[in-house]
Design a protein around this ligand. Structure first.
Ligand code: NAD
Length: 412
């Protein structure tokens, strides 16, 4: 493991937070260790009959405040180190937003674009059956992340239910509506990123109307963030995907329609940029919403935005973060900015448990109220303790998990 590994970064953040909170060495021992780590071999029969093996993981970092909760990622770079670090982040995120959950993460080291739909289904079902003993609505509830979507969640729910002998919708969130999904879940992470952006603009005294935004990533988070920002009156000037960035489009929905029809961002009349050029645009807000390590020692010096809102998990390295801080950029950290997804996943789980489903309006209203409470708390602690929003968010999240540990005590 190198010093730059995501796990070392997450552990260094935790160490700093424990010191700021004045917690003990015993707290460091309990909080820096995942509760349960499962590595599985996932065999896949390809459509041509060949058999291939893939590495799969499920990490339950904490179950102190409730069942663990976290996404399932399909990406070639998935490994144990990254999965533990993301499960740790989920733990602080659920505590920060005061959801009754611990934190988890899972995934398979695979490029889903190389799989046919039937191969994806077989891989998902086999992965689910390998991790089946440790998941469940009262134990650990997976959800979509990079490279997975509601189709994968439907297959996971079905595999779990077939094994249980009855329908168990609450085993995963991010499901299709007809299988017990929640209205508003698809757009929830983006809706939350947009609320966080609006509040950061307020704190910085910048008018929302016409505020300019560049978004790295045009997937589930990036797209819905762009749509929500436009509806609030902001101007999305550039977006990117893995192949590069684009600017000069008339509206996000025009670009999206082109993307759906052509699977590329080459809308006629627009201009292409590199991903790095997007990061360095003269805008009010920069939103990294793709993968980790976008804003680093080498890219941070060129950032001209006054506000960075972390739609992705871990998009800023510690060195990049320090450079942004020195420049006076307000960074809204991932565990706050992208928590809309897990907040509405929580609503989905509650609805599944009660077999009673809410209107889209109720979902939006409750999302806003939970997120706004967390934003105000982060702002308050940041002001009173004179720390960054990231430090503040971590202090609240880690502090709540430590308090729960203290109250439950150590068995035996
Ligand atoms: P996704 O797979 O739907 O989309 C990812 C996007 O990033 C795609 O547009 C892809 O082309 C683009 N991308 C990949 N590599 C890139 C690169 N090098 N440069 C520019 N763009 C690149 O994934 P998603 O669900 O939107 O997740 C994005 C991030 O948000 C991840 O860090 C994820 O953990 C985090 N997140 C997701 C959710 C959720 O509800 N989906 C919730 C919280 C956090």
């Amino acid at each position: 493991m190198t010093m730059e590994s995501p796990l070392n970064t997450a552990l260094a953040q935790l160490r700093g937070t424990i010191d700021k909170l004045g917690l003990s060495e015993n707290d460091w021992q309990t909080l820096s260790t995942p509760r349960r780590v499962m590595q599985v071999a996932v065999p896949l029969r390809r459509d041509n009959g060949d058999v291939e093996m893939y590495d799969g993981y499920r990490v339950q970092y904490s179950t102190t405040r409730g069942p663990s909760k976290g996404g399932v990622r399909y990406h070639p770079d998935v490994d144990l180190d990254e999965t533990i670090s993301l499960a740790m982040l989920m733990t602080w995120k659920c505590a920060l937003t005061n959801l009754p959950y611990g934190g988890a993460k899972g995934g398979i080291a695979v490029d889903p674009s190389t799989l046919s739909a039937t191969e994806n289904e077989r891989l998902t079902r086999r992965y689910t059956s390998e991790i089946l003993p440790i998941i469940g609505p009262e134990r650990d509830i997976p959800a979509p992340d990079v490279g997975t979507d509601e189709r994968n969640m439907a297959w996971m729910m079905d595999t779990y239910s077939v094994n249980a002998g009855f329908s168990v919708p609450g085993v995963v969130t991010g499901k299709p509506i007809v299988l017990g999904g929640s209205l508003g879940r698809t757009s929830a992470t983006g809706d939350g990123v947009a609320i966080a952006t609006r509040e950061a603009l307020r704190v910085r005294g910048i008018d929302i109307n016409g505020a300019t935004v560049a978004i790295q990533g045009f997937g589930k988070v990036g797209y819905w963030t762009a749509i929500a920002l436009e509806s609030m009156g902001m101007k999305v000037v550039a977006v990117s995907d893995v192949h590069g960035a684009v600017t000069g489009f008339p509206s996000v929905s025009a670009l999206w329609d082109h993307f759906l029809a052509n699977r590329n961002l080459d809308l006629p009349g627009t201009d292409r940029l590199t991903n790095e050029e997007l990061l360095h645009l003269e805008v009010d807000v920069l939103i990294p919403a793709a993968l980790a390590d976008a804003i680093t020692e080498s890219t941070a010096p060129g950032v001209k935005a006054k506000i960075v809102v972390e739609g992705a998990n871990g998009p800023t390295t510690p060195q990049g973060d320090q450079i942004l801080q020195d420049k006076g950029v307000l960074v809204v950290p991932d565990i706050l900015a992208n928590s809309g997804g897990v907040i509405v996943s929580y609503f989905e789980w509650v609805q599944d448990k009660q077999n009673y489903f809410w209107s889209a309006g109720e979902v939006k209203e409750n999302l806003s109220s939970i997120l706004m409470k967390a934003i105000r708390e982060v702002e308050e602690v940041s002001t009173s303790k004179k720390v960054t929003w990231r430090d503040s968010a971590l202090m609240i999240g880690v502090g709540r998990v430590a308090e729960a540990h203290h109250l439950r005590g150590l068995y035996p």
